[in-house]
Design a protein around this ligand. Structure first.
Ligand SMILES: O=P(O)(O)OC[C@H]1O[C@H](OP(=O)(O)OP(=O)(O)O)[C@H](O)[C@@H]1O
Ligand SMILES: [Mg+2]
Length: 183
């Protein structure tokens, strides 16, 4: 769905479909360069990272593997609870593997910091993070993120995998929601 079709549900578009695509292509080129001689495993964090994962992996030109984890800290609301639950674990043993965690957004950082500790305890050769969006002003914990698409203001956003109450993930841009949608 595009922004015009979503209409008055959206307040303003932060990143157009083109801006997202351009940055994803740049991140893919960075990963191609850094993992050219490594057997890389992309780990997508469901559900938010599905769009990033699909587009990023297809923009990459090196051999790679893909796996997914589902963790949830937000439920259906707009605030992180800080309590992370594994809803689906990896199928892959990551011992000795080069892992890149693929995320849609780093907001408080709580999900990622928990996830990095969890993955690191499994003995990977390396763990790095690639996230399309980051909210520097919202950080509750500092997490080292190697590959970031865009730093954005501290506003709740939807689209390109990001949801509000499980909707708007299929929006092709990143936008803020109009107040009437929340109430
Ligand atoms: O930095 P944080 O404050 O922890 O927020 C970021 C996390 O929250 C969202 O996931 P969510 O728990 O909403 O699940 P979803 O991906 O299924 O929407 C998002 O996809 C990140 O994984
Ligand atoms: Mg969510």
């Amino acid at each position: 769905m595009d922004a015009a079709t979503a209409g008055t549900d959206l307040e303003h578009v932060l990143l157009s479909r083109e801006q997202v695509a351009t940055r994803i292509a740049e991140l893919a080129a960075d990963l191609d360069r850094d993992y050219a001689d490594k057997d890389v495993l992309l780990v997508g964090v469901l559900k938010g990272a599905v769009m990033v994962m699909a587009d990023l992996s297809r923009a990459m030109n090196i051999p790679l593997s893909m796996d997914f984890m589902a963790v949830s800290s937000y439920g259906s609301g707009t605030k992180s609870s800080g309590v992370v639950r594994i809803l689906k674990d990896l199928d892959t043993d990551i011992l000795g593997r080069h892992v890149v965690v693929v995320e849609d957004i780093i907001d408080s950082g709580l999900t990622l910091s928990w996830l990095l500790a969890n993955l690191s305890s499994r003995g990977p050769a390396s763990v790095k993070v690639c996230a399309l969006l980051r909210k520097p002003e919202a950080a509750k914990v500092e997490v080292d993120v190697e590959y970031v698409g865009y730093d954005i203001p501290n506003e709740f956003v939807v689209g390109y995998g990001l949801d509000f109450a499980d909707k708007y993930r299929n929006l092709d841009c990143v936008a803020t929601l109009a107040p009437h949608v929340y109430s």
